[in-house]
Design a protein around this ligand. Structure first.
Ligand SMILES: Cc1cc2nc3c(=O)[nH]c(=O)nc-3n(C[C@H](O)[C@H](O)[C@H](O)COP(=O)(O)O)c2cc1C
Length: 316
């Protein structure tokens, strides 16, 4: 019997599982296509993409599968308006927006039947997004790789708070790497889960091999929140994390710390393999992951693990 979730009917997918949009790692067709083909929701991360590359990736996913997929658009991005126009022109069925308000953009997409999921960092954001008319919210807790919520509230608490606060479907993210984690999120009231770090460690994720090996080797305590005065990221503890957090502890001026933080990037790690000084973004769940399988195998495994977790709990 399928688990109770509104995501399959809302999104047209088989399993209540979303591959988190990840700059560089899913900024091409490879990972989203593999995930969508496997019955979960694949997500192209537009963030670092040139517009023509985004168009090409959307077309490649469409050519490879009839299954739904999404594009993730950070609304603060300088190219956000262009990405939104591309999504509309290329008839992308699902949008996942982060880092900004949905209200100005919703009418034209709703008119075309596009499903809009919104990344919310707090109960207040989730309520506002619901009032604006989004179809669901994605709640990302402090364990997450990439940009966790400024409040640093954990997934366990944040998902529960948002599930109590809104009535649209809620997707839990942050710290979830297997079927037991997804089932736990559903027990909190979520309709399913979004997984980033788990899908980063797949064959299809488009980051440098050194990046994957560094995340693979990490334990659950080997990430840190870095750059508290800018747009903080959860990344592996490395030379950059030590330098930035060390400068903060030493009471260096904010501008100096920020300049150091901004001198280095996710691109340095993802494209060039600089795992010492690049932003090797990854979540705490890196320590729960020990292999690098094809993404379709991850999806199949997650579904089996959810079933096993339910059987364990319900004696079924
Ligand atoms: C390398 C990396 C890049 C990410 N880039 C983005 C992004 O471009 N846009 C976004 O909304 N979230 C981004 N995220 C967050 C993921 O979509 C997802 O919410 C998060 O990874 C979930 O937590 P987990 O890593 O614990 O599974 C990124 C995460 C990682 C690990």
């Amino acid at each position: 019997m399928p688990l109770p979730s509104r995501l399959p009917s809302l999104l047209g997918i088989r399993h209540p599982i979303i591959q988190g949009g990840m700059s560089w790692a899913s900024s091409s067709a490879a990972l989203p296509l593999a995930v969508s083909r496997a019955g979960a929701l694949g997500v192209i991360a537009a963030g670092p993409m040139r517009p023509e590359d985004l168009v090409a990736a959307i077309r490649a996913v469409k050519a490879g599968t009839d299954a739904p997929f999404a594009v993730n658009i950070p609304l603060y991005n300088k190219r956000a308006a262009e990405y939104l126009d591309i999504a509309e022109a290329e008839q992308v069925p699902i949008l996942i927006a982060s880092q900004g308000g949905p209200r100005p953009h919703l009418p034209r997409f709703k008119a075309r039947g596009v499903v809009w999921l919104h990344v919310a960092a707090s109960e207040e954001h989730a309520r506002k997004a619901e009032a604006a008319g989004v179809d669901g919210v994605i709640v990302v807790g402090a364990e997450a790789g990439g940009h966790p919520p400024p409040s640093q509230v954990s997934t366990l608490v944040l998902v529960r708070a948002v599930a109590r606060a809104v009535s649209v479907p809620v997707v839990a993210a942050g710290g979830i790497a297997d079927g037991a984690g997804i089932l736990a999120a559903m027990a909190l009231g979520a309709d399913g889960a979004q997984l980033g770090t788990r899908f980063l460690l797949t064959e299809e994720a488009t980051v440098h091999p050194a990046y994957k090996q560094a995340v693979l080797a990490a334990g659950i305590a080997d990430t840190a929140l870095v750059g508290r005065d800018g747009l903080p990221v959860r990344q592996l503890r490395n030379a950059l994390a030590e330098a930035v957090n060390g400068a903060e502890r030493a009471g260096r001026p904010k501008e100096e710390v920020l300049a150091l933080f901004e001198r280095h990037s996710l691109k340095d790690a993802a494209l060039h393999g600089d795992v010492a000084w690049g932003k090797v973004e990854a979540g705490q769940s890196a320590g729960l992951i020990h292999d690098l399988p094809p993404a379709a195998e991850v999806v199949a495994r997650l579904v089996a693990e959810m079933e096993a977790a339910r059987a364990r709990l319900c004696g079924g």
